[in-house]
Design a protein around this ligand. Structure first.
Ligand SMILES: [Zn+2]
Length: 219
């Protein structure tokens, strides 16, 4: 898998010190399973974090990125599958840190239609005002409403691809956006795009249509 969009230093540092939400940790762990470049940087972030930590605390923070991935995979699930077995199941095209949230293959999930060409599986029961943790299934040619974020939003491409003002995102890529960036993703092949999204706050739509639709589609 050739990955061309990576995590920011800031996100890797937050991941290293354990200050990300559980959904965001899951997305970071998904990307680390396919990206040697970010795994190396995560190790570096651990070392830097450990050194800084040593200056203020008597104990050292010496977790490696592998331990952090394991920890993210074991941390308490937000909307975990009911059966014991499913936590160890593997699904086609699904990285391990995401698999524990799923109960079936991607094609067999209980996708809920939220707009023409857009379906979702909500992975968290928290109110949308607190942010999202969900899988989006976007049909070929779908154009999402132009929007920005008031906080960090992570998008991990599970399958397919999309393009926006930042570039082209394919399976394995992560879009690590802060509140400054406005973008309008477009699914750019004849294959549906499945993306995993985690945010801390609802998106801010730029157009009137998006603002009107937001309470209905919940993204
Ligand atoms: Zn990377």
């Amino acid at each position: 898998m050739r990955v061309s969009h990576h995590l920011t230093d800031e996100t890797l540092q937050d991941y290293s010190v354990g200050s990300l939400s559980a959904p965001m940790e899951t997305l970071v762990a998904c990307h680390l399973t396919v990206c040697q470049h970010c795994r190396d940087r995560a190790v570096l972030a651990d070392q830097i974090g450990g050194e800084l930590f040593d200056k203020f605390e008597p104990v050292s923070l010496s977790q490696t990125s592998e331990q952090l991935i394991k920890q993210a995979a074991l941390s308490s699930p937000i909307h975990a599958p009911k059966t014991e077995q499913s936590s160890t199941r593997t699904f086609k095209d699904v990285p391990k840190p995401l698999a524990r949230f799923l109960s079936a293959e991607l094609d067999e999930l209980d996708w809920r239609r939220i707009a023409p060409g857009i379906k979702q599986v909500n992975l968290s029961e928290q109110h949308r005002s607190l942010g999202a943790f969900k899988l989006l299934h976007l049909a070929p040619g779908v154009v999402l409403s132009a929007h920005s974020h008031s906080d960090r939003e992570l998008t991990y491409v599970v399958k397919g691809s999309y393009q926006d003002e930042i570039g082209r995102f394919k399976a394995g890529d992560i879009a690590d956006l802060d509140g400054e960036v406005a973008h309008q993703p477009v699914v750019d092949t004849d294959e549906p795009c499945i993306a995993l999204i985690a945010s801390h706050s609802p998106v801010k739509y730029n157009g009137l249509f998006g603002k009107i639709m937001q309470p209905f589609v919940g993204i």
